[in-house]
Write a protein that binds this ligand. Structure first.
Ligand code: NI
Length: 169
């Protein structure tokens, strides 16, 4: 496994639309292993492949509480089959927009379909943090960031703050 560099705003690569994976093979599992390691090291709870510069429909996630056993999850070609009409707010953050947090309102529950690490199809209901995280990560596959839901003023301020951090690093 290897750590990959996480791209941050305003890197234009983050705006790219990711394409479906044709086959879940060992090469793809290397990517997923690297993404998981990179996400843990950051640390974060979710990461989309485009955040390490790979425009494929791949996501990794781990929502286990700190100090408990890891529960890695892998999503290839995820699709939302259904989303609830009721929504819930959550204070989101993103490894590509470090140290910025703001509230985003999304459907409270979704039903999703994806291929897992072995390439098997899974259909699952998600709610709570899982629903928030999978919708946030799936937005990355469309080139959308959580700050795109904020006012233009807040978004510009967030990008400026990240640029300043990068310069200072
Ligand atoms: Ni993100």
């Amino acid at each position: 496994m290897a750590l990959r560099e996480i791209l941050v705003v305003p890197d234009p690569v983050l705006k790219q639309v990711s394409t479906p994976v044709e086959v879940v093979d060992d090469d793809l599992r290397v990517l997923m292993d690297d993404m998981l390691e990179t996400m843990y090291a950051a640390p974060g709870i979710g990461l989309a492949a485009i955040q390490v510069g790979v425009p494929k429909r791949v996501i990794v996630m781990d929502l286990a509480a700190p100090d408990t056993a890891p529960e890695p999850r892998y999503f290839v070609n995820p699709e939302i089959l259904w989303a609830s009409e009721d929504t819930a707010p959550y204070e989101e953050g993103c490894l590509s927009v470090p140290d910025i947090y703001d509230e985003v309102e999304r459907p409270a529950r979704v039903k999703l379909k994806y291929l897992n690490y072995q390439g098997e199809e899974v259909i699952e209901d998600a709610e709570g943090l899982y629903a928030v995280c999978i919708q946030h990560e799936m937005d990355h596959l469309k080139g959308v960031l959580f700050i795109d839901y904020l006012s233009r003023l807040k978004r510009d301020r967030a990008v400026a703050k990240v640029k300043k951090q990068v310069r200072a690093a």
